[in-house]
Write a protein that binds this ligand. Sequence first.
Ligand code: GDP
Length: 325
Amino acid sequence: MPRVFITGITGQDGGYLAEQMLAEGAEVHGLVHAEDGTAAAFRAAHPEVHLHHGDLADATGLRSLVNEIEPDELFNFAGISSVAYSWEHPIVTAELSGVAAAVLFQAALQVQDRTGRRVACVQASSSEIFGNAPSWPQNEGTPVDPVSPYGAAKAYAHHMAGVYRGKGLHVASCILFNHESPRRPTTFVTRKITAAAARIGAEGTGILRLGNLDARRDWGWAPDYVDAMVRAARHSTADDFVIATGQTHTVAEFAEAALRRAGVGDSWRDHVEVDPELFRPIDTATMVGDAAKARRELGWAPTVPFDELVGRMVDHDVELLRASA
Ligand code: GDP
């Protein structure tokens, strides 16, 4: 059974991956920054996972940790996950979402050279590396041209995946389009909407304040994207793969679907207000991915359509409200 090292294990994708790996009987190791509430909750839910303390910004510490664990598979999910945050902290974003990936690849190559065993790495890349792509859908050949500090940091890590691939390390870069689940924090628009919709549905009143209602995203189901990354790790050759549904919806459509699911019917419009404060300084307007290569080479396909995704998230938030009442 493989020994797996996951950075960002307490995040949305890290949690789903840890669960998938434990179900397969893998030995799972994860990186946590501090022994905070998130780490404690994760430890309580998954006592069989080996959690290691470490700082992504500490290259020496990170390198020795990888050398100590000697993983068969390394998934780099850690870093800043919010474009909005990256505008406020561009340098930290570069360190944690960019440079740390290079440190991990370098350490993985050291382990591979020393042990003679393949260390398969997966970089969780992002559609944000494409910035305002002039054409869509975006695929692996779309120029990397980020427009945010987050996108630029992820672009560096994406390029370093290619560089280390050239040095003989199996590094797949999965260019993930937005992928959501009930585990998304409310800093993301989907969960912000579903949490508010559940509340408005229960109380029959309330306003959901949003920024750009016309922004279009290609929203998929997070566990599907985790499954794609496992396939990429185990594929015969390391490569870049766009992981996306190929369908886009606007923020307004997400809000409508969520509010309807929560039971407000045609009056959903009365509960949505646009707040200019919530617009981004620069926003990637339309993102839609073409995952034909992943479908063809990895045998991957998304399993949860848009309405079902919205439904699962709203239902979860309705349950949470009920449980807290
Ligand atoms: P991102 O695509 O990784 O930045 O994911 P987000 O969920 O944060 O944002 C998706 C899109 O929703 C972006 O185009 C935002 O501008 C737009 N959006 C509109 N209103 C909001 C809001 O209230 N919060 C967030 N986070 N995004 C919003």
